[in-house]
Write a new protein. Structure first.
Length: 331
């Protein structure tokens, strides 16, 4: 899939905007605040079905009644995304059919590289979970479904915990769902980490040209418990959860730790070494998407070249030379 052009209406700061893309690499130049990231966000929305940054009402230009994203592909296909503010409804027009959600067959894999990713090693556990959840959701439709159902059950459980009159049994339906999908999420997360660790050191050494070792550790808040034990532990925390008004136990507390030569990378790896680790992770992400989905991902790079030295810039260009790359940069 090669994107030919994009047209935007009332998307973020863009009242109206159109851009043609190159088959290989397109560079979008502009000052900070000009709306470069918004263009990448619009592309991501049209090929993945949702934004990587915000909900629709936040994307809509202030004072506008709708936004529209029109994406044309080199093969003649087209995807049009429209959002009606009055109805609070988003639609996807693919070919001559309209959908409330982007059909699975029209979702295209994307490797998204944001400046914040370069701080992934030192980021919060929530940010790391978000990163790997997005990665896994592209690789596995089952994971995406389990994550959505787990998050809905967690939200409902937390809403119940804020009620003045609450019985333990009121939470049982949500506990059942959290146990079922929590175990499924933990299993797939552990599998991803194992697959990444098979490649991480080798790819890292190819970038850094040294003999350092890199690994990723998965730290699950639920350890290795099955569904029945998961359910029991949720129940055991009932009084504490009711007191604080949210759920303390579950895979929504999990974390990932980067290791550098056997020690925690945060605090031991240098700035350059951490950037090489993240580059390696991105390269592996692209490889696994090709292997798992049989499609070479679109690469969106949001102002990351300025954060990399010449050696890592060259590694980035070389690794993605067979992908369509759309990048932003400050002019």
């Amino acid at each position: 899939m090669i994107i030919k052009n994009i047209a935007l209406s009332n998307f973020r700061c863009h009242t109206g905007y159109r851009l043609d893309f190159e088959r290989q690499t397109t560079q979008i130049l502009g000052e900070n605040g000009w709306g470069k990231t918004s263009i990448l966000e619009a592309i991501y929305l049209a090929v993945r079905g949702k934004s990587f940054k915000a909900v629709d009402r936040e994307i809509l230009r202030r004072g506008a009644e709708y936004y529209r994203v029109e994406l044309d592909f080199l093969d003649g296909e087209k995807t049009v995304v429209t959002y009606d503010a009055a109805a609070a409804r988003k639609n996807f027009l693919v070919g001559d059919k309209k959908w409330a959600r982007l059909p699975k067959k029209n979702r295209y894999p994307v490797v998204l590289f944001e400046p914040v990713d370069l701080s992934l090693i030192t980021a919060s556990p929530a940010r790391r979970r978000e990163y790997f959840d997005r990665f896994l959701a592209q690789l596995s439709e089952g994971y995406s479904n389990s994550l959505s159902r787990y998050n809905r059950a967690l939200k409902q459980r937390n809403e119940y915990l804020k009620r003045e009159f609450l019985r333990r049994e009121d939470l049982f339906p949500w506990d059942i769902l959290m146990a079922k999908y929590g175990v499924a999420l933990r299993t797939e997360r552990a599998g991803l980490v194992a697959a990444l660790n098979d490649r991480l050191t080798g790819v890292y050494r190819g970038i850094a040209e040294n003999r350092d070792e890199v690994a990723l550790a998965y730290e699950s808040y639920t350890e290795e418990v099955g569904e029945s034990e998961y359910l029991r532990l949720l129940n055991l925390d009932f009084e504490r959860d009711r007191l604080v008004g949210h759920t303390n136990f579950g895979v929504h507390k999990d974390d990932y730790t980067f290791l550098f030569n056997g020690a925690v990378a945060d605090g031991t790896a240098s700035r350059g070494e951490t950037r090489s680790i993240i580059l390696a992770l991105k390269f592996i992400e692209a490889e696994m998407l090709v292997e798992g989905l049989g499609r070479r991902p679109l690469v969106l790079l949001d102002d990351v070249f300025s954060e990399l030295d010449e050696t890592r810039q060259k590694a980035l260009v070389k690794n993605f030379q067979e992908n369509q790359v759309i990048l932003t940069s400050v002019s």
